[in-house]
Design a protein around this ligand. Structure first.
Ligand code: PXP
Length: 237
């Protein structure tokens, strides 16, 4: 199972002072030394954290999987065509949100997403769709032409007790359905050192994409160690 480390928060700290540090490119290099199999960044329309410069430099510095999270807009597709990340994950984007709040609305945006996915795949870049763990969204993802899906684990992460078990079942069912349909299956959002193991024990999952918890721990213990500790958890669930 691969671990993709999202370094957006490093850029958030830098942008808090509009300065040059900390640099997400340096953070990515150290995360890779700690065992990250991939680096993820979300280039948002409002550029509130990751900047175009970061993405260009990451493309040069990152020898592992570079995953570009982005909205399905003409501007972002143009940037993807220039930078050529190893994969694109399409996410919904709202200006007022703190972080990506839910999966894509596949039903209402089916035709738009189908054309965006086709345009990105024509560039030779595999496409993943960030989706809620709903069976109907798996069928729609296949119809839209995605290579992969990333199952939203935020509801699982936020739930407690019995409710968390129910949410875990929904994630596991979605993973099984997606795998049956021949889609690559990833998962992410809200995963922490304390809730990752039940998700990581599902060996049909290709990769976990984790940001907040790893960057938070890295403030205290350093990013190499924070990544190593997460890798150890997901490799021996
Ligand atoms: N996957 C997607 C699609 C996301 O938008 C995010 C947040 O940027 C993550 C995973 C990582 O979530 P977290 O920061 O909660 O680990």
């Amino acid at each position: 199972m691969i671990l993709g480390v999202n370094v957006d928060h490093v850029a958030t700290v830098r942008q808090a002072r509009m300065t040059f540090e900390p640099d997400p490119v340096m953070a990515a290099t150290l995360a890779i030394l700690g065992g990250a199999d991939g680096i993820t960044v979300h280039l948002r329309e409002d550029r509130r954290h990751i900047q175009d410069r970061d993405l260009r430099l990451l493309r040069e510095f990152v020898p592992v999987e570079l995953n570009l999270e982005m909205a399905a807009t003409d501007e972002m597709i143009r940037i993807a065509s220039e930078v050529k990340p190893d994969m694109v994950t399409l996410v919904p984007e709202k200006r007022e949100e703190l972080t990506t709040e839910g999966g894509l609305n596949l039903r209402d945006q089916k035709e738009h997403l189908k054309s965006a996915v086709q345009r990105i795949r024509d560039l030779g870049i595999p496409v993943s769709l960030f989706i809620n763990p709903h069976p109907a969204d798996i069928d729609l993802s296949r119809e839209i032409g995605a290579d992969m899906v990333e199952i939203h684990t935020g509801m699982y992460a936020n739930a407690k007790g019995r409710e968390q078990e129910t949410e875990l079942e929904k994630v596991n069912e979605a993973v099984a359905l997606a795998a049956d349909q021949g889609l690559g299956v990833n998962a992410g959002h809200g995963l922490t050192y304390y809730n990752v193991k039940p998700i990581a024990s599902n060996r049909s999952i290709r990769g976990l994409y984790i940001g907040h918890s790893i960057i938070s721990r890295s403030v205290l213990v350093g990013i190499e160690r924070a990544v190593r500790e997460m890798k150890a958890l997901i490799e021996t669930p």
